[in-house]
Design a protein around this ligand. Structure first.
Ligand code: HEM
Length: 231
């Protein structure tokens, strides 16, 4: 078993599983963030953020999410380094001119670094302020008719998106994510073995749609918050 995970196909398999797990997280994350576009002063978003922060199941999932990111990043780096070593000088010769191979598939590591750089800024702006420095103020909201005091997550997110440079960083990060996933989702399904001659093309379309739905979704939230939700 340990031989399998240290083999080249084993590493790709683990990257695929962790990648698809991260895509599932992003779906939930995007759905909750879409609440930022409801014009209710952030009530629903705050209720959802409160639910996520207090739900024991979510708390159990958090370390797995972090582990998913760590494994995905470390394995991507080792595979890329190994491939570069194996190709030696030839890596420049094969280069970007290979026909029938998408730009994204040849630049997965660079796109991954773009998403990672975005994540560093993102975690510092939100997660650290939510969980470590606890910079949220309390606010009263109505949850199913019950007055409840929760943390005003909306105020922090809304204030963060009042800065143009932040919106630009989010758009660049989200487009990088879309490109990364446009090859990544398809490649992961292929590696796991879900693909055959008929489904190969179909999964490629599904992967592209999922990727750009997410990338454009996250970008739009940042842009619309900046343009229409500032008081
Ligand atoms: C409009 C875009 C986005 C908004 C408004 C947003 C908002 C947030 C907020 C408020 C948190 C803190 C939640 C908490 O700790 O309870 C958070 C955490 C996080 N976000 Fe985002 N996010 C966006 C895009 C993204 C993207 C594109 C990615 C991945 C590429 C991402 C990955 C994460 C991760 C990994 C965490 C920490 C996990 C957690 O504990 O919740 N986010 N985000």
């Amino acid at each position: 078993m340990s031989n399998f995970f240290s083999s080249s196909i084993g590493k790709k398999f683990l990257m695929s599983i962790t990648g698809l797990f991260l895509v599932m997280f992003l779906f939930i994350h995007l759905s909750l963030n879409a609440l930022l576009l409801i014009d209710d002063g952030g009530e629903l978003f705050n209720a959802a953020a409160h639910f996520m922060a207090t739900n024991p199941l979510i708390k159990i999932m958090e370390p797995f999410l972090a582990l998913g990111f760590i494994i995905h990043i470390i394995w991507a780096s080792t595979i890329t380094l190994q491939n570069q070593k194996a190709r030696g000088k030839d890596r420049y010769a094969s280069g970007n001119k290979t026909p029938d191979v998408s730009w994204a598939s040849k630049n997965m590591y660079i796109l991954g670094i773009t998403v990672f750089s975005f994540l560093v800024v993102h975690i510092a702006q939100f997660w650290v302020k939510f969980k470590i420095t606890k910079e949220l103020t309390p606010v009263d909201i109505d949850i199913a008719g019950v007055h409840t005091e929760v943390e005003n997550a909306y105020a922090l997110v809304n204030q963060t998106f009042s800065m143009l440079w932040v919106v630009i960083v989010y758009v660049v990060g989200s487009i990088g994510l879309a490109w990364h996933l446009s090859h990544g989702v398809w490649s992961a399904l292929q590696t796991i073995g879900f693909s055959n001659t008929i489904w190969r093309k179909r999964w490629s379309v599904v992967g592209t749609v999922v990727a750009w739905f997410m990338g454009l979704g996250f970008s739009l939230i940042a842009i619309l918050q900046y343009l229409f939700f500032q008081s």
